[in-house]
Design a protein around this ligand. Structure first.
Ligand code: PLP
Length: 422
């Protein structure tokens, strides 16, 4: 059986392997549910970014929110990446994993003064600023630190990325970025503030984008702005085109990263902007297909209208289906001979929204280990402790080496910060 996604997650005979590790063996040793990532799949996903950008000034800033495990960050830091962060917590993680502060861009619509100060003190490369109010505060904070903050304004190009409304960010109605028509005046203000140095421009139009056209439209709108801003005497050094490239969960056919970047660079060059440094902020496309969530089948509950396959992973482990009705592939890690039945794969959490897959053809029995595919992005980072469920353990596989990169949470740790009264 061939699976969508990464070649590093594949069947050998009836058994699913992540690189050279058999999925069922990993659960036998480390328990369930279990996130497992392939290091080689991550590096293979990064390679086309670097390949397409070779020979020109560039920085690939991995978007930490997609998967922020220290070992994942370490892998990308060692591969030469910078990082796109959205909180003081993500800043601390990147530094703890060996990332360089001068390769960090700090995004996000609601940075606090304390986070700005921490980032200034660490020496981040650039703040991606999303409002006039934020510019004013950042200038004040920078002055108080005796420094100037390097800024890039995140502009909202008002382009429809054609993706789920919750992960579309470049439309007028979204909370993100500075409206296209206000961008030039906001740049003039940024350039006039005493604590700021304008260094770039930035846009991010959404996530799980499977078409190049929204990117090209957004780029054109951004380049129009760069030309207008520079006519006002404000110099733009870098173009940050954000992240958002989609992956294959089922039958999507997103462009390859090198194909997309090739087209974007050709447009940048054709419009006379080839001298500028180019930044990208990919998250999902670097880690999504590299991970699986392994989960054990607890009970089969056939019914009149629906058959339920109850597993021990739930919406608190993997929120994407509950949050966006996202489709994630689900397979048995040991294929059984015989016929399949249609199941809703559901977790034990007390919500009807607690499902991982609906109407799935599976040949399955209690005790089997299922794999939810392409779970490397926005899986563990969105996990919670709802229903007082400890978060899963995480493994990183590198060939036949298995690294435990996060221990399973103990139950006592879940309420260790709580206090009884009286
Ligand atoms: N950059 C910014 C500003 C984002 O908000 C996001 C995700 O929402 C990303 C990059 C990464 O997006 P993706 O994981 O779709 O590549």
């Amino acid at each position: 059986m061939t699976l969508p996604g990464s070649p590093f997650v594949a069947y050998r005979g009836p058994d699913l392997f992540i690189e050279d590790a058999r999925a069922a063996d990993l659960v036998a040793r480390y328990g369930s549910p279990l996130y497992v990532y392939s290091k080689q799949a991550m590096l293979a996903a990064l390679a086309p970014y670097h390949q397409a950008l070779q020979g020109r000034p560039h920085l690939v800033c991995y978007a930490v929110k997609a998967n922020s495990n220290l070992a994942v960050l370490q892998t990308f830091a060692q591969a030469g990446c910078g990082f796109d962060i959205v909180s003081g917590g993500e800043l601390a993680r990147v530094l703890a994993a060996g990332g360089q502060a001068n390769k960090i861009v700090f995004s996000g619509v609601g940075k606090t003064r304390a986070e700005m100060r921490l980032a200034m003190e660490a020496g981040v490369r650039c703040f991606n600023v999303e409002s006039t109010a934020e510019l004013d505060v950042l200038s004040e904070v920078a002055q108080a630190c005796g420094q100037r903050a390097r800024v890039s304004l995140r502009v909202n190009p008002d382009v429809d990325a054609g993706t789920h409304p919750y992960i579309s960010t470049g439309l007028k109605g979204n909370k993100f970025g500075i409206a296209h028509e206000l961008a030039v005046s906001t740049y003039k203000r940024a350039a006039s503030l005493p604590g700021l140095d304008v260094v770039g421009i930035d846009c991010h139009i959404g996530s799980q984008i499977t078409d190049v056209l929204p990117y090209l439209d957004a780029l054109d709108r951004v380049l129009d702005l760069v030309e207008a801003i520079e006519r006002e005497g404000v110099t733009i050094h870098h173009l940050d085109l954000g992240g958002g490239l989609g992956i294959t969960y089922t039958d999507e056919t997103p462009p390859r990263a090198n194909e997309l970047i090739g087209l974007l660079l050709a447009r940048i060059d054709a419009r006379g902007h080839g001298h500028r440094e180019v930044l990208f902020e990919p998250g999902r496309s670097l880690v999504g297909n590299a991970g699986v969530l392994l989960t054990e089948v607890q009970f089969l509950k056939p019914g009149e209208q629906k058959n339920f396959c109850v597993v021990d992973a739930a919406m608190n482990d993997l929120m994407r289906p509950a949050l966006y009705e996202a489709y994630m592939g689900i397979v048995n890690t040991t294929l059984r001979p015989g016929s399949e039945t249609v199941w809703d794969v559901v977790g034990p959490v007390c919500e009807s929204g607690d499902w991982l897959g609906r109407d799935r053809q599976l040949n399955v029995q209690a005790g089997d280990i299922l794999a939810v595919l392409s779970a490397g992005a926005y899986g563990m980072t969105m996990a919670s402790n709802y229903n007082t469920r400890g978060r899963a353990a995480e493994l990183m596989i590198d060939g036949s080496t298995v690294h435990l990169i996060r221990e399973r949470e103990s139950i006592s740790s879940l309420f260790a910060l709580e206090k009884l009264i009286g």
